[in-house]
Design a protein around this ligand. Structure first.
Ligand code: NDP
Length: 241
């Protein structure tokens, strides 16, 4: 069923590339007034050329205060997708502090920061809303050289549950999507390390970006009206192991 988001206002972080770009385009196509946040201007410009109705915002989530300032200016948001994420692989022993800070600052603190600003507006307006966080199948699986990334996503899972608990009384639902490998700029750089996961996947294939978009749109919509605090695996069955 085609989802309709007419009259809704949506914000997608990390909307310059990959999942975020596809999610922002889908939300605009479904009628939402859509705000696409990312940090590379060329990506935002090309998105705006493709979908002129989309509003673009150049914000680096690494800057906590500036992010709050810029996100505050948007006004009320009904649908929030915390999608921006980064991954830099290294062994536990050799991981430098900068990598830990960078991944926690974007994947966890970026999600926390934007959600805090938007959820406050959702509460104040009394209109409620729906928030989807991009987690990962790696939040539950230890993969060599992925300890920081996985830990940030475990933190996103728990944040999702804590937010669902505290925001539920305000009619705000909060869920996470936990995809396995989908080929984007983020994962193509680690193709050799990630390919072995295919053999462990009962369905014998990795998801496409469209599979992620469909799941996000479902969790944003009223079709999932009683689902909150869920971390939904999107992994062709990989998680059964
Ligand atoms: P991409 O690398 O393709 O896109 C990530 C987007 O986030 C880019 O537009 C990037 O902008 C933006 N971004 C990164 N850091 C910041 C920042 N500090 N401020 C603002 N924007 C930022 O990633 P994917 O689409 O593959 O991944 C999207 C999300 O899904 C991430 O959270 C990822 O962890 C998660 N995920 C991805 C999986 C996959 O297999 N691809 C599997 C499971 C989860 P720029 O390029 O300018 O840095």
């Amino acid at each position: 069923m085609a989802m309709q988001f007419d009259g809704k206002r949506a914000l997608v972080t990390g909307a310059g590339k990959g999942f975020g770009r596809a999610i922002a385009k889908k939300l605009a196509e479904c009628g939402a007034e859509t705000f696409a946040l990312s940090r590379t201007q060329a990506d935002l410009d090309s998105l705006k050329l493709e979908v002129p109705t989309i509003n673009i915002l150049n914000v680096d989530l690494l800057d906590w205060d500036k992010t709050r300032e810029e996100v505050s200016k948007i006004g009320h948001i009904d649908l929030l997708v915390n999608n921006a994420g980064v991954s830099k692989k290294s062994s536990f022993i050799n991981t430098p502090k900068e990598n830990i800070d960078m991944m926690f600052d974007v994947n966890f603190k970026g999600t926390f920061n934007v959600s805090q600003v938007i959820a406050k507006k959702m509460i104040d307006s009394g209109k409620g809303g729906s928030i989807v966080n991009l987690s990962s199948t790696m939040s539950e699986k230890a993969l060599a050289n992925g300890c920081v990334y996985s830990t940030t996503k475990s933190a996103v899972d728990m944040l999702t549950k804590c937010m669902a608990l505290e925001l539920g009384p305000h009619n705000i639902r909060v869920n996470a999507i936990n995809p396995t490998v989908v080929w984007t700029d983020l994962t193509l750089q680690y193709k050799d390390e990630l390919m072995p996961l295919l053999a462990l996947t009962p369905m014998g294939r990795f998801p496409e970006i469209e599979d992620v978009v469909n799941a996000v749109v479902f969790l944003l919509s009223d079709q999932s009206g009683m689902i909150s605090g869920e971390c939904l695996r999107l992994d062709g069955g990989l998680g059964v192991h």
